[in-house]
Design a protein around this ligand. Sequence first.
Ligand code: TYM
Length: 328
Amino acid sequence: MKKKLFSGIQPSGDVHLGNYLGAIKKWVNLVNDYDCIFCIVDYHAITVDYDASTMQQRILNATASNLAAGLDPEKCVIFAQSHVREHTELAWILNTVISMGHLDRMTQYKEKSEQHKSNVNVGLFTYPVLQAADILLYKGEVVPVGEDQVQHIELAREIARKFNNKFGEIFPEPMEQLSESARIMGLDGKNKMSKSMNNYISLVEPPESIWKKLSTAVTDENRKRRNDPGDPAICNIYTLHKGFSSDSQIEEVRAGCKSAGIGCVDCKKILNENITTELAPIREKNNELIAKPDYIYDVLQTGAKKCSEIAAQTMEEVREAIGVKPSR
Ligand code: TYM
């Protein structure tokens, strides 16, 4: 029996290179080794202000980006969170086993409440409990994510443990799995690459725009002149090379940066070439898919049907364990 793997992505605008290197590129390679479920987490995305009239398109876009990046719906399950109602049901129950103190420690909650001061809603606070429900509903054991989600997966483990102690062994304790590019910095060189910071290259960015963004991206700020040696360890262009370039190119730019043998512009040109080459077929496939929304809805519907069966079974066990009547 293959281990169960679960992961998710919010439909909150463009999928960017941080999502791609930190999560999706890795997901594509894991579908043969694990029993994989990938979720477009629309109920998570409504915890910040948003325009409801754009949500359907955002769900379609996020699904298309994942399919275009290589997720094969014949080999894994892809679905939208809101299509399987048990996510919110389990989240409610899990709310009762974890303390407010645990949630109050979540870094992402602190950051988001700073960013969205006018809308610090209760959903933003209990967001990690819904995330735990996503994983536990399918008894997920392995959760491939970027570094920013590790604290949430640790909390999901804690929630599973507390539930099992109180009501009996139902859930495995899920473990995060990090890619080598678990933290991609933004083009500003200061913050993590993210949708909200507008410091990203999108997965479907046109080539002209990729170069425009790369050419102005911040590098090692101590390297003021071409002949100054740089430090690849603190340069986000070098981190991106590790995601897109061959081993020999990575070594070439690493050594070149340290010895001032290569300038930042040339280093960026090599990266630009590699990103453009890797993204071209993804952008093309994405455009094809966006023109076929019915196909995308079919993928999501098939996924939701499979997930609903698993979710219903888990909830039977959970309802029985907590002493409420099974809904038969
Ligand atoms: P989200 O939508 O912010 O991001 C999706 C995935 O991309 C990773 N990621 C990054 N990795 C490296 N560098 C970056 N700059 C970067 N930015 C984003 C994220 O770590 C994530 O793996 N709460 C989650 C979604 C979620 C989920 C789940 C994940 C909901 N339920 C259950 C796993 C399991 C989120 O907001 O991801």
